[in-house]
Design a protein around this ligand. Structure first.
Ligand code: GDP
Ligand code: MG
Length: 509
């Protein structure tokens, strides 16, 4: 059972069918709005029917507010009032939220027994009517456009819904175990899946991308902790961001952001099997030959574990501050193109002169040489040129975005490969995935709230696929199925080795 998330989730069931219990098991308290709880808040208790109008007024306000913000809201009422349902559905739909009805098909005998055990039971005749209406409501819900899920009883089968609960058992536990829903992001129906690209000789893999360095007083200890934890967890490698000033998307300008090639040199000295590289080095910062030299040196020092991600660079401020030129977009992509070509020329065997498309070098004497073929990743999803550069010079291109976007980029890349006469499977697709990973629903949303800055919580959560480890793993599965070879996982709240351990289940594929 998979319930989209975020969504407006309407619970539908008789008194005692287990609605509130189910909601508490699967959602945060603040995500559930209950008419009973609100009756107790504005009236004398959950059964204070005189307080119903006030309670529903507040309930409607909560549904409105949460829907508008794109946040999940679980409506815990009987769910049998068609007019109210229509109003809530309209609110949710106008906010783009899926509308899900969860019907509690708990055996009548179980509901009656639970009702009887309550302080203020619902009159038997009222409960009888509720049970009857719950049986009939499913068709109405479907006609109203709700995505209907059924919980409890032997009710997974539609056919059993119409018949009265057959079980005469009042032993509640067997009859009412509720299957655990797996929350999934509302599935977007998008482009057709592209045929699978082979993900290179290595098979699907996950590397950790490090974009923040809250290393306190002991930078090297912090790095060592991260690297050893990543290796232990089974990550295939570490990629370092390359910026001169910490970027606003990640942290504050005065947060440390180390020079990556120096830092990778330190990581190379640690006893791990991790691949080590940049994601990405802007072609603007250093002459391409110097990037070639640094990466080749890293490859030698690490025993052939280096990779080199190069991009066009995008942030003017850091260029100005460091006295580095910042050409126009076209100029920067030109630089990327030339840099890729230069790297290829200098890493190639021999020392002969190179005369290429954009680059001419009187000699290509670059020692030490890379140990093996040093993978070159071209960063960026620019369809006209960047992916063309990747098809021409790259071992991989790195893109960002949801499955649909990634599929599209793969298609564009393949076209470029065809046009430049490059075998499609020679250019791997990698994805930078900045993900909020929580241990449970509450932890996930606490992280979102801490990280989101001024971005709306629902927007931030969607952008970073906020969720638990299992959901991220499934999402990565879908990326790999689409032909992605490597996922670079970045944690926006990476604080230390413990965070690497906490996402270890995402590392090994
Ligand atoms: P609601 O009236 O539909 O909100 O029902 P509640 O969630 O309040 O549940 C009524 C009673 O049934 C409570 O005492 C719960 O503890 C109990 N209950 C609910 N769901 C389950 C279940 O899945 N198994 C068992 N054994 N008891 C349950
Ligand atoms: Mg309840």
């Amino acid at each position: 059972m998979q319930i989209p998330d975020p969504a407006l989730v309407l619970l539908v069931g008789a008194a005692g069918s287990g609605k509130s219990t189910w909601a508490a098991e699967h959602y945060r308290p603040t995500e559930v709005v209950s008419s009973d709880a609100l009756r107790a808040l504005v009236g004398s208790g959950t059964a204070d029917l005189d307080a119903s109008n006030d309670a529903f007024e507040i309930l409607d306000r909560v549904v409105t507010g949460r829907s508008r913000r794109g946040l999940t809201v679980v409506v815990d009422t009987l769910g049998l009032d068609a007019q109210r349902r229509a109003a809530w559905a309209a609110l949710a739909r106008s906010a783009g939220l899926p509308t899900v009805a969860v019907v509690f098909d708990t055996p009548a005998a179980v509901c009656r027994a639970r009702n009887a055990a309550r302080d203020r039971p619902v009159p038997a005749s009222v409960l009888g009517t509720q049970l009857q209406r719950v049986r009939d409501v499913r068709t109405e819900l479907e006609a109203e456009g709700w995505e209907v899920h059924v919980v409890g009883g032997e009710a997974s089968e539609p056919s059993s819904l119409g018949s009265p609960a057959s079980s005469s058992s009042t032993g509640s536990s067997a009859a009412t175990t509720t299957p655990l829903p797996t929350m999934v992001k509302a599935a977007k129906t998008g482009a057709q899946p592209s045929p699978v690209l082979p993900s290179g000789a290595h098979g699907p893999r996950v590397m950790l991308q490090i974009s923040r360095f809250p290393w306190g007083e002991h930078p090297l200890d912090w790095l060592r902790g991260i690297a050893l934890a990543a290796d232990e967890a089974g990550f295939a490698g570490l990629a370092l961001m390359d910026h001169l000033i910490q970027i606003p998307q990640v942290g504050r300008a005065w947060d440390p952001i180390p020079e990556p090639w120096v830092t990778l040199g330190a990581l190379a000295a640690l006893p791990t099997d991790l691949l080590l590289g940049t994601l990405c080095t802007p072609a603007t910062y250093r002459p391409a030959g110097i990037i070639a030299k640094a990466a080749a040196t890293l490859d030698v020092l690490s025993g052939g574990r280096a990779f080199c991600g190069v991009g066009a660079g995008w942030w003017e401020r850091e260029h100005s501050a460091f006295g580095v030129g910042f050409p126009s977009t076209t100029g920067r992509v030109d630089e990327l193109d030339a840099a890729a070509e230069t790297l290829r020329a200098l890493w190639a065997p021999g020392t002969k002169a190179y005369n290429g498309e954009r680059v001419s070098l009187p000699e290509t004497t670059c020692y030490p040489r890379p140990v093996g073929s040093l993978p070159l990743i071209i960063g960026g999803g620019g369809e006209q040129r960047t992916l063309r550069i990747a098809a021409t010079w790259g071992d991989a291109c790195n893109v960002q975005g949801d499955l649909d976007v990634v599929r599209h980029k793969i298609d564009v890349l393949r076209r470029h490969c065809d046009e430049v006469g490059r075998p499609r499977d020679e250019v791997e697709v990698t994805v930078l995935d900045v993900a909020v990973v929580g241990s449970d629903r509450d932890d996930t949303w606490t992280r979102v709230e801490r990280l989101r800055g001024r971005t709306k919580a629902a927007v931030y959560a969607a952008r970073h696929h906020a969720g638990e480890v299992a959901a991220h793993r499934e999402r990565h599965d879908r990326l790999f199925e689409a032909g992605v070879g490597t996922v670079f996982l970045a944690l926006p709240d990476l604080a230390g080795a413990r965070d690497v351990e906490r996402v270890a289940a995402l590392a090994r594929r």
